[in-house]
Design a protein around this ligand. Sequence first.
Ligand SMILES: [Mg+2]
Length: 133
Amino acid sequence: MPTSTHDRTILVVDDDEDICSLVAAILEDEGYAVRTAANGAEALKNLRTLGKPDLILLDMKMPVMDGWEFARRLRTECADDVPVVVFSAAENPALRASEVHAKGWIGKPLELDALLDAVSRNVRSSAHAVAPD
Ligand SMILES: [Mg+2]
């Protein structure tokens, strides 16, 4: 079955507007539907009003509500089944990812191939056919 991205929704959460719009443009070009939020609080609001995306790309250092707090509240209040991939400029991005039980990480500065690879490997293949693990 051919892989279709047009019905997959990705929520990009980053306080850097340039990163949000760049990543949104890249992913829309690949056929994904993209939503953006400038911090964790906005992202929670987005989830509550628009429903669960198929992947969340999460910056960690943000004002208002950072990535750690957002991830904790995501799991406890909203959805523990939405995959998260962390954006991180940290020296050890894998550690950041493990801190919030993320499926993966993307280093900053962003590299196109790494972004697309992390998204395609971690996005839910179908919102209605997620195999239990
Ligand atoms: Mg930031």
